[in-house]
Design a binder for this molecule. Structure first.
Ligand SMILES: Cc1cc2nc3c(=O)[nH]c(=O)nc-3n(C[C@H](O)[C@H](O)[C@H](O)COP(=O)(O)OP(=O)(O)OC[C@H]3O[C@@H](n4cnc5c(N)ncnc54)[C@H](O)[C@@H]3O)c2cc1C
Length: 331
């Protein structure tokens, strides 16, 4: 079957979550029946941004056979309904029977709009999808922040799916060929642009929280807004970014864009250094996919210790400066 995949770009290029979504889209395309008259399944990708920022060879390595780019001259910045309208327009061009996006805030919002525009149901946070003989799609997906796995049947064409960002690994293909990158002019209504992002949240050194390899997390134990300066320094020395618990954002110590968890960002770093965070279930929903969790906490009974690879039982005010000094010495 032909599948259309929304590809998100950041300063570093195609996001890791989108590479995972492309892997998922490719397996869906090759697992389903071919489109009428087609020689093979099409995995079409659409990205929003300047054409020269769309890496054709990388997309080819992830199985993309057709790449469409919507340039800023046609549609500048994030506008969820306009992006969904663009995907709707590309359905007839690509003959896609399914549309896939990463289960990020952006992917989920755009596909929800596409569901409203097409009148089709959408399944969020999918882990697997396989076509059934009766034309429906059997999906398994995360519910309740990953605490529950649901098996469901998705009945509707096009099938609209977002991919759980932290579970499906990104897997390139062996025999890759670069797709042609085609500039696409979407047919938009002025009403599609009524809601659009005017300002983008800044990123630390071009790295987003969702894709950072190292995240230094700070919770209530940091003590207040001023307590984050040492964590920022530690994150910089480790080449990472700062993430926080909800207590921290609720208190207004840091912006919501830095929140990790069920109602924040899901992170998948190599290292999550959780400082003064107790490990509430809603927080762990956002960081459980970290490869290694290292905890600094004064409480040896804090729940997060049961998920930690290593822990330092101690006061942040002493441990962080010691860590910073040791890293500086090594540098
Ligand atoms: C619907 C819902 C959604 C939610 N979504 C999220 C979410 O997305 N993300 C999220 O994080 N939370 C979320 N929460 C809130 C969550 O339940 C917890 O309240 C929150 O995660 C606790 O934050 P914390 O660990 O920073 O604070 P606390 O639970 O108060 O823990 C502070 C920790 O710091 C340690 N500490 C204190 N002083 C020091 C020190 N000097 N040095 C070292 N350690 C110290 C303490 O021992 C303790 O373990 C949600 C809650 C609900 C109901």
């Amino acid at each position: 079957m032909n599948v259309l995949c929304l590809v998100e770009l950041d300063e570093a290029g195609v996001t890791d979550a989108s590479l995972r979504a492309l892997t998922f889209a490719r397996s869906l395309a090759t697992g389903g029946p071919a489109a009428p008259g087609a020689t093979g399944p099409v995995v079409a990708a659409v990205a929003f941004g300047p054409a020269d920022r769309v890496p054709a060879s990388l997309l080819g390595r992830y199985g993309v056979t057709e790449a469409y780019v919507v340039e800023p001259s046609a549609l500048d910045g994030y506008a969820p309904q306009a992006w969904a309208r663009t995907l709707e327009g590309l359905l007839s061009v690509t003959l896609a029977a399914a549309v896939v996006a990463a289960g990020t805030d952006c992917g989920s919002e755009v596909l929800a709009h596409l569901g409203a525009l097409t009148g089709q149901p959408m399944a969020a946070n999918c882990l697997t999808a396989s076509p059934e003989a009766d034309g429906t799609l059997a999906v398994s997906r995360q519910r309740w922040a990953g605490l529950l796995i649901e098996d469901a049947i998705l009945d509707g064409t096009p099938a609209l799916l977002t991919v759980a960002t932290d579970v499906v690994p990104p897997v390139p293909v062996d025999d890759a060929a670069d797709p042609a990158v085609l500039v696409h002019e979407p047919d938009l209504d002025p009403a599609d642009l009524r809601v659009r992002a005017a300002v983008s949240a800044g990123r630390d050194g071009g790295v987003s929280l969702a894709t950072a390899r190292v995240v230094v997390g700070g919770g209530r134990g940091v003590g207040g807004p001023d307590g984050f300066a040492p964590l920022e320094e530690l994150a910089r020395l480790l080449g990472g970014v700062v993430g926080v618990s909800r207590v921290v954002t609720s208190q207004g110590w840091r912006p919501h864009t830095q929140q990790v968890g069920q109602t924040g960002t899901k992170i998948t770093p190599e290292l999550y250094l959780a400082c003064g965070i107790s490990g509430a279930i809603q927080h762990m929903a956002g960081c459980a996919s970290a490869k290694h969790i290292v905890v600094i906490n004064t409480d040896p009974a804090a729940p997060i210790l049961s998920r930690a690879d290593y822990a330092v039982i101690g006061d942040l005010a002493e441990v962080i400066p010691a860590l910073v000094a040791a890293l500086k010495e090594r540098a």
